[in-house]
Design a protein. Structure first.
Length: 164
């Protein structure tokens, strides 16, 4: 049986993952609107991944006979200055998610909830990958630049990435 504090934290994390999904959908739409189809496709796929992260948490709660409490998800930002702005904000958001996952892991250790601690190790590894991916994208966009043909190459690069 999961402890109330852990249940609340897991439900909160579900909301954070769903917000991330909506944020990346918003960013994807901005990219498509600005004729950056490669970036739009990449972010759309990444939004699906974030939704799957939430569902994985829900499944874990369901498997422990714990009620999932779906929360209201705040509206994500939808105005961005540039492709670099989009991906800098994405990277910043992933840093926040990492901090949230780490706090959740710390809580499970403090509560001696070894099963949930073990379950969360997938998220710890996933966040390491997410941070490296988005930091790399930001670095690549800075390297390529955002003037003229550079945007085309940045978009092509993003379209070639696999979000999964």
């Amino acid at each position: 049986m999961l402890q109330k504090e852990v249940i609340k934290a897991l439900n909160d994390q579900i909301a954070k993952e769903m917000f991330a999904s909506n944020l990346y959908l918003s960013m994807s739409s901005w990219c498509y609107t600005n004729k950056l189809e490669g970036a739009g496709k990449f972010l759309f796929e990444h939004a699906q991944d974030e939704s799957e992260h939430a569902k994985k948490l829900m499944k874990y709660l369901n498997e422990t006979d714990t009620e999932v409490e779906i929360q209201q998800i705040e509206k994500p930002e939808n105005k961005f200055k540039s492709l670099l702005d989009v991906f800098e904000k994405t990277y910043e958001h992933e840093l926040k998610v990492t901090a949230s996952i780490n706090a959740l892991v710390d809580l499970t250790l403090a509560k001696k909830d070894h099963s949930t601690f073990n379950f969360l190790q997938w998220y710890v590894a996933e966040q390491h990958e997410e941070e490296a991916l988005f930091r790399g994208i930001v670095d690549k966009i800075k390297l390529i630049g955002e003037a003229g043909d550079s945007m085309y190459f940045a978009d092509q690069y993003l379209g070639s990435l696999n979000a999964h």
